[in-house]
Design a protein around this ligand. Sequence first.
Ligand code: SF4
Length: 64
Amino acid sequence: MAEISIDTYLCSGCAACVEICPLVFRLDPINEKAELIRLQPEITDDVYLAAAYCPEKCIEIIEG
Ligand code: SF4
């Protein structure tokens, strides 16, 4: 089963992933970094798109 990992150190908080895939990603209101809405979301095409468009390349999809 695939998992999503977000490197919050690299994340700039640009919210591109949230715009592309709002059912999976949101910004943490405190540190303004991306986080997962649910721990193990379904890995849809939009998740791959968000990872591809992340300017910091900090979304990783780990195939299980
Ligand atoms: S697209 Fe990347 S850098 Fe931008 S908020 Fe999402 S995880 Fe962070």
